[in-house]
Design a protein around this ligand. Sequence first.
Ligand SMILES: C[S@@+](CC[C@H](N)C(=O)[O-])C[C@H]1O[C@@H](n2cnc3c(N)ncnc32)[C@H](O)[C@@H]1O
Length: 256
Amino acid sequence: MCIDGVCGKHTKEKQVFFAKFMEHHIKVVSQIGRTSPRSPYMYIDPFGGPGHIACDNGYDGPVSSVRVAQLMNRFDLDYKIITSDINPEYRNDLQELLSHYTNNCNVLTDASSCIPIHSNNYGMVYLDPPMSLDSFKLTKKIMMEIARTSDKLDLLVYISNRLITLFRTHPYIRFSDTLQDFMDGIKKEFWIIKRSTSGNQYTFLCGTNYEQWAVWGKEHFYSTRSTKGKLILEHLNNTLKERLFIPEDMDQQEMF
Ligand SMILES: C[S@@+](CC[C@H](N)C(=O)[O-])C[C@H]1O[C@@H](n2cnc3c(N)ncnc32)[C@H](O)[C@@H]1O
């Protein structure tokens, strides 16, 4: 079933990159030997989704948290999953599917209840919100709070920069965040950005306090301190008019 708000033109690309990235992260954490039954790998996924999706664009597979459970079982690591969805049907499906892999998981009713009071565990927080203004604000709040209290949890967010720009430049919407603002408010030392795809400028951003593991040129994933990362960010932070220093009220006729 193709589900509105969950399936899109880029779902397959998103899910494939996410799985690769998580495999890489889990390997790194397992190699440094920082998980144990008392301190399991913590995976937090506030916008969980419906368990399994089959989209018209060719993706037919599990949602993010179920994919992580599959990977964790393959790596035979101790782990805990905290996820949520506001849709009760999606929660039931998530719970049912996750129960095939682990009983160390909580499926909660709202994204903001996924924020741990404090966590000393290594792991990942993945934010894949619906593309709406309220969800963007909630996403930022969750990222800020988790980064403040749990410095060993890395953050990964999937977001449409085109929508951020639309909200920012809309005359009646109060929203000033650029991607740069998103990062500035969040207590992470390093940010890694993926080259964005398509007109909607979908991209992945990862916030971490340990930079080396995340940079991944082969997947077009660069530190925002590097030349390539700076260029990607500069491109996304500014509209064409802003990049060319053209005033908003100047029309095309005047321009060329
Ligand atoms: C883009 S989908 C997530 C897809 C999922 N990560 C995957 O791998 O397919 C976003 C989900 O967030 C849920 N959602 C929206 N607002 C929420 C909120 N405040 N708290 C929890 N879930 C929410 C929606 O019901 C939807 O299932």
